[in-house]
Design a protein around this ligand. Sequence first.
Ligand code: MN3
Length: 253
Amino acid sequence: MNTPGKKNRRDFLKATGKAGLAAGLSATILPALASVSNNEQIVNGGAEDVLFTQRPLPYAFAALEPVIDAMTMEIHYMKHAAAYANNLADAVKAEGVDTEKEQLRWLLGKISKYSAKMRNNGGGHYNHEFFWKTMQAPAEDNSPQSAITKFIIRDFGSFEAFKTQFTDAGKNRFGSGWAWLVKSADGKLVVGSTPNQDNPLMDVSDLKGIPLLGLDVWEHAYYLKYQNRRPDYINAWWKTVNWKIVQQRYDMA
Ligand code: MN3
């Protein structure tokens, strides 16, 4: 038997669930499934995997200048994001999560079963790891040169209309939170926002779907350079979006 690829294995899991094991299929090709305890469904299978620990920033603190200044990036990564990761480590220990077997994206899918500390820091850690990967050195003309463009046009009418809707989601999120582009369960692209460190993978979230693109609109993400001008931050941020990563997430979702 050929070992299925990641995508195929996921589709296989979606299609068969635990029945696969009952049918005598080798658990060695189903490591993800084998680690799920009874009465739990795999959720968020197509979402980006994020480890429980903080990964190195994939570029230098100054890499996103002039859109995001090096000082903001350093404080954001070294202090804010590191604190979410540390607090998440405390929470998983206190609440008995086996991080060898559990995956953060699954845990977010049943976050209502855990503490507020797990929700805030699990979301905070996932969101930031996801966010760093979505950015790269700014480019003036930074529209996607990939298949996702046609799906954006299908679901929003035009690329500009999508950008406006996403920008508005970030501008209008009262207080702290995130703006998102998600692939919803019916395959459509949807824009929305979440409060605090909530995430569209969470069972408690009003906005649900597989995240493709996320923007941190907490003041700590932009205040040193933009102060109260959140719209200026968002408008500049478009130059840093790594559309190749967004496309990869769409393909996996
Ligand atoms: Mn942040």
